[in-house]
Design a protein around this ligand. Structure first.
Ligand SMILES: *[C@@H]1O[C@H](CO)[C@@H](O)[C@H](O)[C@H]1NC(C)=O
Ligand SMILES: *[C@@H]1O[C@H](CO)[C@@H](O)[C@H](O)[C@H]1NC(C)=O
Ligand SMILES: *[C@@H]1O[C@H](CO)[C@@H](O)[C@H](O)[C@H]1NC(C)=O
Ligand SMILES: *[C@@H]1O[C@H](CO)[C@@H](O)[C@H](O)[C@H]1NC(C)=O
Length: 394
């Protein structure tokens, strides 16, 4: 908002250089008109260089005419820094590079866990018979996992501590992406937690993710305290408040997007330094919920779906989503989740505005979800028993 301040000072200075009123009468009419025209020109030029960025700078106009005024002006005025120019060139080049033509395209399943993965057996059932079309990566942040499925043996990458709510979560995601990108056959990258279960069979998931050119990254505007309320002005000038987005961290992304994430340092650094718990004294910002949703909204808004293919149930409206217990798991529950075709976002404002969007896949409305969380380990046997039932194509 530095700019608008300068602008306001500029206006004040201009008022001071205006001839005092008693002199006005002495000016001849044509001179007076020229002065007026000049003032209008100076005003327009100044507005062009320092566009009104906050409603505060619109004090000259009534609120509504201010909006009209901004819409007359070309959309972007800010002079980009060298870093921003470099960043946007790199990002656009990566996005415009055609995908590697792989003879054996695979999906990378990247598991973010503390230790052992309780659903290895269920995932084993999911992967069985599809060897060569997937690869698995595990980031176990604390304990060495004990494996119950051969697909997961020796798939751990070198990991580091992950502290809840801090950028170390994003670091772990980047570590997984880097390791998975080493294999040129990996074309799509899925981030999963240790409480995630598959909702579909392998072929369905493979087709859904591989036969589209978008990434399923959750991103929406939450004007409430747990959305834009977490924004810090320190992110200026690169990240303006109007671009700040929120979303669940459980993404799937295409290869170009995975490379873009590793190429970015500018925006990552902004979020690392200014989106953290206790920011500016009292703002609790969580980089893993804001960095990628904001970054992709700014750089490739049409390349992301804006919803996550991992279902989670927030309907109890508590601090944590519903955890499914053994008694909750039934064929009906899974059919219910797999038949959802609209994504729902609820803002954190007092009136809790709900935004409902049909899940569009290549222009078709399709079911939204491929995976679901949070399932307790005790549900595994029921899930295995039900797997062929609920994954049968409708
Ligand atoms: C996805 O592909 C279609 C056609 O193949 C193209 O029209 C569209 O622009 C692509 N979208 C993105 C985000 O690359
Ligand atoms: C995601 O949302 C942005 C606006 O926030 C929009 O421009 C874009 O088209 C959306 N993506 C898709 C695939 O609809
Ligand atoms: C499934 O959805 C129906 C209709 O919305 C609901 O009545 C039922 O309770 C749900 N069942 C489960 C197990 O979630
Ligand atoms: C699976 O579905 C079949 C028919 O749809 C049903 O007879 C069977 O009981 C189901 N199995 C389980 C474990 O629910």
């Amino acid at each position: 908002m530095k700019l608008s301040k300068e602008w306001r000072i500029g206006m004040k200075d201009m008022q001071q250089i205006l001839p005092p009123p008693r002199n006005r009468g002495q000016l001849k009419k044509p001179t007076w008109i020229i002065v007026l025209l000049l003032l209008v020109c100076v005003f327009l030029v100044l507005s062009y260089i320092h566009p009104p960025q906050t409603s505060g700078s619109c004090y000259i106009f009534s609120a509504s005419s201010c909006e009209t005024f901004s819409s007359w002006l070309p959309p972007s005025f800010r002079v980009l820094s060298d870093d921003e120019i470099a960043s946007s060139v790199v990002i656009n080049n990566i996005l415009n590079t055609p995908p590697i033509d792989s003879k054996n395209p695979k999906i990378a399943f990247m598991f973010l866990s503390v230790g052992s993965l309780p659903f290895e057996k269920l995932w084993g059932k999911f992967f069985q018979g599809h060897e060569g079309r997937f690869s698995i990566y595990i980031h176990a942040s604390r304990d060495k996992p004990v494996h119950t499925s051969p697909y997961f043996v020796n798939r751990e990458i070198r990991s580091d501590k992950v502290e809840w709510g801090t950028v170390s979560m994003v670091d772990a995601e980047k570590r997984l992406l880097a390791n998975a990108l080493k294999d040129p056959d990996n074309q799509h990258f899925v981030l999963l937690s240790d409480s995630c279960v598959p909702l579909r069979d392998f072929d369905y998931v493979y087709d859904y993710l591989m036969n589209t050119n978008i990434s399923f990254i959750d991103s929406f505007t939450d004007p409430g305290p747990h959305g834009s309320g977490r924004y810090s002005q320190h992110m200026l000038p690169e990240v303006e408040k109007k671009f700040f987005r929120k979303g669940a961290q459980w993404f799937t992304m295409k290869r170009q997007h995975a490379v873009v994430v590793l190429a970015d340092n500018l925006y990552y650094t902004k979020f690392r330094d200014y989106c953290k718990p206790g920011m500016d004294g009292s703002i609790n910002c969580y980089a893993d919920e804001h960095y990628l949703p904001t970054f992709f909204h700014m750089h490739d808004p049409n390349g992301i779906a804006n919803w996550s293919v991992t279902h989670v149930d927030w309907s109890e409206r508590k601090w944590h989503p519903k955890s499914y217990e053994k008694k909750d798991v039934s064929e009906q529950l899974l059919k219910n989740i797999t038949s959802i075709t609209e994504s729902v976002h609820v803002t954190s404002e007092e009136r809790r505005e709900t935004m409902i969007m049909p899940c569009m896949w290549n222009g078709m409305n399709r079911p939204c979800y491929l995976f679901a969380r949070k399932f307790l380990p005790e549900t595994q046997d029921s899930m295995i028993e039900l797997f062929s039932n609920y994954t049968t194509k409708q």
